[in-house]
Design a protein around this ligand. Structure first.
Ligand SMILES: NC(=O)C1=CN([C@@H]2O[C@H](COP(=O)(O)OP(=O)(O)OC[C@H]3O[C@@H](n4cnc5c(N)ncnc54)[C@H](OP(=O)(O)O)[C@@H]3O)[C@@H](O)[C@H]2O)C=CC1
Ligand SMILES: C[C@H]1O[C@H](OP(=O)(O)OP(=O)(O)OC[C@H]2O[C@@H](n3cnc4c(=O)[nH]c(N)nc43)[C@H](O)[C@@H]2O)[C@@H](O)[C@@H](O)C1=O
Length: 325
């Protein structure tokens, strides 16, 4: 990608999209095309076609999608499959029709079978039953990968597909119910600290393991792949190490500075028992992550405090009716 290329970052306000914009600006790319959902609804095929006809885009990084944690995926599967099929089908097709030179599509490690051999090689895709909690989302994403591969074979369209591990960092969503594990736990430990609550509830058994990549490393990997990767084969993107959810919770408790107890809500789903990916294909291209989990959590909590923390609870009124000191 040349510094003056016209680059459309779809989903530029999201966790990944905003990190990609930061990384592009840092790299001196000065012709970024950014459209929020309010300006361009990517589920609207006519609007997407008209946008690509008008804007003469050179490169597309598709970081727009309907995304959420395990509970949101379990509860709103219709939204997840519909919106993701529409967004990706519209953008990939319109980009090809408009002569876009290269497009990056983002899958996810949760597309792999629930019980595939670990660490997960890219060849494991479609070799076994999916995890039920995010099957609608996973089926949509697998369709997106298949569309990219079919457009490369039939039309010579240079679309590549990355499979990110779980991601976290500045710009994440901290809603305690709909978010992913790290932002959800940061929010709950923070709220418990502010309210001096005696304990925090952990979803599920805490035994599943997850691989977490800091979002600025993800953004760096996206640019690396846009510059160096032109294969139809999917490519895993992650740090190549994972952590048990229970250990993650204790680490986040320390980062937030909460001193209460941990309880479990076994009514919440565990999801995949593990989905550690084999990242040797990525590492063979010379890329490595830079931000470890504890450092990433500290940076994320700092961003949360600056940008997303709810107002501190008002001190309880004293008997004289004035606020306590
Ligand atoms: N977060 C994670 O742990 C992982 C994410 N991924 C993938 O990375 C990509 C980005 O995810 P992430 O950044 O976390 O998601 P976010 O929810 O943070 O961002 C998604 C973005 O897509 C935009 N969007 C959603 N629907 C539409 C629409 N109809 N029209 C236009 N824009 C739309 C949102 O806009 P708005 O802000 O207006 O809602 C938002 O900016 C996705 O493809 C996801 O599948 C893969 C693995 C892990
Ligand atoms: C990212 C990727 O993968 C996602 O699936 P997931 O990895 O299972 O998502 P998750 O981060 O929400 O949960 C991870 C684990 O953590 C446990 N857990 C504990 N406490 C909280 C908690 O407070 N919130 C959440 N969300 N999970 C918690 C939770 O029970 C589960 O065992 C897809 O939805 C899909 O979005 C996708 O692409």
């Amino acid at each position: 990608m040349e510094r003056n290329s016209r680059i459309f970052v779809a989903g530029h306000r999201g966790l990944v999209g905003s990190a990609i914009v930061r990384r592009l600006v840092e790299g001196g790319y000065d012709d970024l095309v950014l459209r929020g959902r309010d300006e361009l609804d990517l589920t609207d095929q006519a609007a997407v076609r008209a946008f690509f006809d008008r804007e003469k885009i050179d490169y597309v990084i598709l970081a727009a999608a309907k995304v959420g944690g395990i509970l949101a995926n379990e509860r709103f599967g219709g939204d997840f499959i519909r919106d993701n099929l529409l967004i990706q089908t519209n953008v990939i097709d319109a980009a090809w029709r408009a002569g876009v030179r290269k497009l990056l599509f983002l899958g996810s490690s949760c597309l792999y079978p629930k019980f595939a051999e670990q660490p997960l090689k890219e060849e494991a895709l479609l070799t076994g039953a999916l995890e039920p909690t995010n099957k609608p989302y996973a089926i949509a994403k697998i369709a997106g990968i298949t569309q990219c591969q079919a457009y490369r074979r039939q039309y010579g369209f240079n679309a590549i597909c990355a499979m990110p591990s779980n991601l976290y960092g500045p710009g994440d969503h901290f809603d305690p119910e709909g978010s992913h594990a790290i932002p959800g736990m940061i929010r709950r430990f923070h709220d418990a600290k502010m309210e001096q609550a005696p304990s925090v509830t952990l979803w599920g058994t805490g035994t599943p393991r997850r691989e977490f990549l800091y979002v600025d490393d993800m953004a760096d990997a996206c640019l690396h792949l846009m510059e160096r990767y032109d294969s139809e084969d999917i490519i895993n993107v992650g740090p190549g190490e994972d952590i048990a959810i229970g250990d993650l919770a204790r680490l986040i408790r320390r980062v937030v500075g909460y001193e209460g107890a941990l309880t479990q809500d076994l009514s919440k789903p565990d999801g995949h028992p593990r989905k550690l990916m084999d990242v040797s294909r990525l590492f063979a291209t010379g890329w490595r992550p830079k931000v470890g989990l504890e450092e990433g959590l500290n940076r994320t909590y700092g961003w949360f405090l600056e940008n997303a923390a709810p107002p501190a609870p008002r001190p309880a009124a004293t008997t004289t009716g004035e606020a306590a000191e």
